[in-house]
Structures are given as C-alpha cells and as structure tokens.
Ligand binder design. Structure first.
Ligand code: JFZ
Length: 582
C-alpha cells in the first residue's frame, strides 16, 4: 500500500518542478557583496540634460520625456554618439578598486536605445552609431577578469522609441498601443540576447513594470530562468515578484529589513550624466550610506553617470577610490555581515558577523567613551580594524563601554571589532534612546517611536530636482489627544537638556496645540506653518525649540508627543532634537 502512494507523491513533485523553472536561485553572493556600482549610460549621456540651448535639472536620463522630444528627432543623437573614451578595463577596475563587488549597467533605458548589438531592433549602438561596436561585450569580459559580478539594467516596459512601448504618448497615442506586441517583438527577444550573448550574468535589473499581470510576469521570469537559472531578478519586475527587493530611489530604511534587498543611490542628483550637476556625495557620506545599509541587513548600489564619450566623472572616480581605500582596511566590517542586533547609537551604528560585532564610529564622544547598550553577550576583546590596537572595555550587565584614544584612525568611520562569547539578542525595536552629554546634539527620529491610537508611521516621498526623490519616515494622523507617539529615553547623565521638534505643518494644521511629556514634566507648544505637501516639490520642515527640561539623575524616562485636544491633525512629525545645555 505504501509504495504506490509514495510513487504518486514523487510523480507529483516531479510534475511540479518540471513545469516551473522559476525556483529562486541562490542569492548568497549578492547578500554577501553588500556594495555594487550602478552605471546609467545611453544617448541621454551625450545630451547631459541640455536640449536646444536649455538646461534641465534633475535626472538626465529622462530628458527625452521632459522635453517631449519626438522619437525620430531623438534617434538622430545616435548618429553622433561615439564613445571613444570608453575603456572596459578601466570601468571594471574602477568598480573593483571602489571595493564594489558587482556592476549593473543600463543595457536599455526608457529611451529605447540599446547599448548592445541587437537583432531585435536596429536602434542599437552597433548599427546606429559611428562607434559600430558593442561595449557591453568588452565590459562583461573585463568584469569577469576583475572578479566583479556583472548584471544588466533593462527597461522592460517603458520604451519611448517604440509606438507600442510604454510611456511615449507625445508621439504615439495611448489608444494605439499594444504592450503585448512590444513585449513579444522587442523586450523579450532583447532580454534573451542579453542572457545568451554576454556569459553568465549575476543579475538582471528590471525597472518600472507595466502591462503584465502576475501570471504573465511569472512567465516573463521563466524566460530568464530557462536561459540562466542562477541569474537574480530585481523586484521591479513587478507584481511583488523578484529575487531581491529594491527600495525606492534614494531611500534608506529606518529599521532592519528581513530578506534580500538593495538600497539605491546616485552619486550626484542624477542617474544619467548631467553637465551642470556637481552635487556629489563625499567619501564620508558614501561610507555612512554603506555602513547604514549593512547595519539594516541590505546592500547599497551607488550610481555613477559617464558622459557621452564614455568618461566616468572625475569626482566620482576620486571619491570612490577613497571608499575603496577604506574598504581595503575595513572591508571585514561590511562584506558578509548581517544586520545589527542593536539599533543606531548617537556615535554611529553596527553590523554583525557570527561572534564579532563591528562598531562603525562616525563621531567620537567627547569623553572618548563608546557606550553600547543592549550588549547581551560577554565582550572578550575590542580593537580597531585599522591598526589592531586593543581597546580597554568595561561591561556592566548589558552595558558595554569601550574607551577610545584621543585620536581616531579615520574621522569618517573608524571600525571597532568586538569579539564576544554567548549570544547578542536581537533588540532593534523598543530600545531606549540614549541621551547624554557626550555630544552637542542628539536626533531621535519619529521612526524610533511607537505609534498609539490612530498615529501611523509613514514613509513620505518628496522631490527636489526632477527625479531626485527624498524619503522621510513621519508620524502622521495624530488628531486626537490619545493619538500619541511614545518613546523611551535613557539619560546617562543629569543636567539641563533642550527639547526641539522637527516637523512639517500645512495651513490646515497650523496653530494646533500639542504636548510633549518627559516623565512627569509636560511642555506645551503650538504648531507653526511650513507649507503644503506636494510629492513633486521639497517637503520643508521647521526645527522648533520647545523648552528645557532638567534631569535630576540618570535613568529611563517615557517621552510622548500628542495633540492637546481632539481636532485636526497636529503635524507631520520627523524627529526630536535634544541638546545638552552647558
Ligand atoms: C527608475 C528610472 O525611471 C530612473 O530613470 C532610474 O533608472 C532609476 C534607478 O529607476 O526610477 C524609479 C523607479 C522606481 C521608483 C522610483 C524611481 N520607486 O519605486 O520609488
């Protein structure tokens, strides 16, 4: 009796696995890599956000859409696209020396032009430009030589060149479009070319899904799986699918996120090359982004935009070289780590590797004492990664103190490695926020609070230049007195502290009364106008000093903010700023 049942069962499993080649591939290499470089490169790189004598600001790869350039006129740019400064070895070495472990390059962006040779459309770099060469072939080889994982970005739905592609309604009316035709004739054939002609790909980065339902997306993914079962697929394939999750552009999550994910930032304020954009993030800012994403359990992919000749901006080269030098010394604290069991501290943040906790010290406390709360294991030894110098430690229960010298090896991010025995309990949430006299100012973000009543914590998107998105986690919907945001603050030292609030407030909310309770003490305030919210404009915040509190003795105090009376929304609350007064 048993045997036939077993056979039926095995037969069923066999059927299921044969039907679907969509088994998720192993993403270990990606999770361990932690740092990737993104390159946006296309015909838009030739324009640099200038069209007919006019300068545009913000994401340069959108110029065709913003200037509503007719597809036939835009296509003529290809006739002068000749990237003679492109050097695949140099690009691959740049990625390698930045300390990044993977490269993602735009094979086709929304403009519809492919940076690789394609039989599916003549609108490609080999056929339509004087360059007559496939740079992606060289790049794939160069990356493999350097040991860098290689992947393509491919805009699978938006294609402003094609009548049936998504997005271009200035040339091709919506009513005439047939997306199925576009997928069948260009998108899927080109994806097959990418997966067939460039060797093994680490990943394929789809973007801006459209036109497909869940089943169709699964079928679409299957096309990839069949050609390269190990190739990871980004979540922007759509319908909640994909092998790793991409956050919103320039979004850093306030908490640990489980699973495999990637935060994406660009080095200046555009993805594609922009002539007038010199707003580059400093090496320090990049290092902080990298440590922050590792600490929350994810990857950082940082974009650079080469110009139309194939040159990566000199500032990007220099600053990423600095990042690479730091990683050569401190890489152990990034690669292969898992999220920190302990949340961000006033001095910096942490990441974990089995029995070693890495402390990224962004700022030295003025008394040189690094305070690590929630250290539930036993610390054995602590040292700088930079010079192996052992550091004195003291542990009282879950409080660990590490004594730093006067000078730190790296003012941007000094890494302290702490070896321990036992287990570090995961205590990211509901930890008291440390406030002391060790710094001049302490920020406590709304995201660290617990909403009560109708209060919600929301990621609110706003924009500076076009496509330069900003994200803030804000406490909202605090309308009635019982709609609160609750924190606990741990004051390490007695003294006077100023409490300030940072928030946005529209006309409807203006002049509402609110209360901050710190232990027994209560501070009243009235909201001030900052302006109306519009996702395509910057969201402005005010920092309002509320008052001074006197702390008699060290300890943990509950801190709550809420409206004084029932009514309209109080404000959109971003953070507390606490300053020890001297
Ligand atoms: C897309 C592109 O439109 C843009 O040009 C660039 O390539 C960027 C990396 O990706 O823009 C997006 C896509 C998704 C979100 C935001 C911008 N999102 O989910 O927040």
């Amino acid at each position: 009796m048993r045997k036939p049942f077993c056979q039926i069962f095995i037969g069923l499993v066999g059927l299921l696995t044969a039907h679907s080649s969509s088994a998720a591939p192993d993403s270990t290499w990606f999770r361990d890599a932690k740092f990737g470089i993104f390159i946006h490169w296309g015909l838009y790189s030739e324009l640099g956000n200038e069209w007919k004598g006019q300068s545009y600001y913000g994401s340069g790869e959108w110029i065709m859409n913003r200037a509503k350039i007719p597809a036939t006129e835009y296509a003529q740019i290809a006739g002068r696209f000749n990237p003679t400064n492109f050097n695949a070895q140099e690009w691959a070495r740049f990625v390698k020396e930045s300390g990044a472990r993977y490269l993602v390059v735009t094979a086709k962006h929304h403009e519809g032009f492919t940076m690789f040779g394609s039989k599916a459309s003549p609108f490609n770099i080999v056929e339509a430009t004087p360059y007559h060469h496939d740079p992606m072939k060289d790049l794939a080889v160069a990356c493999r030589t350097e040991g860098v994982q290689f992947g393509f970005y491919y805009s699978q739905f938006l294609d402003w060149h094609e009548p049936n592609g998504g997005g271009n309604t200035w040339d091709f009316p919506q009513s005439t479009k047939n997306y199925k035709t576009y997928y069948a004739q260009k998108s899927i054939p080109q994806i097959k070319e990418l997966l067939s002609n460039y060797g093994r790909l680490g990943l394929i980065w789809f973007d801006m899904p459209g036109g497909l339902n869940r089943d169709e997306t699964l079928k679409f993914m299957d096309e990839v799986r069949q050609l390269q079962p190990d190739c990871l697929i980004s979540s922007r394939v759509g319908n909640g699918l994909g092998d790793f999750r991409d956050l919103g552009d320039s979004e850093l999550p306030p908490h640990v996120i489980d699973g495999t994910w990637e935060a994406l930032f660009t080095h200046n304020d555009s993805w594609g090359f922009v002539k007038n954009d010199f707003d580059f993030k400093s090496p320090r800012e990049i290092l902080h982004l990298l440590a922050s994403t590792s600490s929350r359990g994810g990857n950082l992919i940082l974009n650079v935009g080469p110009d139309g000749t194939g040159r990566i901006p000199e500032t990007s080269q220099r600053f990423l070289h600095e990042v690479g030098k730091w990683l050569a010394i401190n890489g152990e604290s990034i690669y292969g780590t898992t999220h920190s069991p302990i949340p961000d501290q006033p001095w910096g943040l942490m990441a974990l590797k089995t029995n070693r906790l890495f402390l990224h010290v962004f700022a030295r406390p003025n008394d040189g004492i690094l305070f690590v709360p929630g250290f539930s294991a036993s610390a054995k030894c602590a040292r700088f990664l930079a010079d192996d110098e052992p550091l004195k430690t003291e542990q009282h229960g879950d409080d660990l103190k590490i004594f730093l010298p006067e000078e730190l090896p790296d003012l941007r991010d000094t890494v302290v490695a702490v070896d321990f025995t036992g287990t570090l309990r995961d205590s990211w949430r509901n930890r008291p926020q440390i406030i002391s006299r060790q710094f001049d100012s302490f920020s406590v973000d709304a995201a660290k609070g617990d909403p009560a009543g109708a209060t919600t914590l929301d990621s609110v998107t706003s924009s500076q230049y076009f496509g330069n998105w900003k994200h803030d986690t804000l406490a909202r919907n605090m309308k009635n007195a019982k709609d609160k945001l609750e924190f606990s603050f741990r004051f390490l030292e007695p003294g006077d502290y100023r409490v300030a609030l940072e928030y946005a407030c529209s006309a409807a909310e203006k002049s509402r009364e609110g209360i901050i309770e710190v232990g027994e003490k209560s501070l009243g305030f009235q909201t001030l106008l900052t302006g109306e919210y519009n996702s395509h404009d910057p969201l402005l915040f005010i920092r309002q000093n509320i008052g001074v509190i006197h702390i008699e003795s060290p300890g943990i105090l509950p801190v709550t903010v809420h409206p004084k009376t029932d009514g309209t929304e109080l404000f959109w609350f971003r953070r507390f700023v606490i300053e020890p007064l001297r």
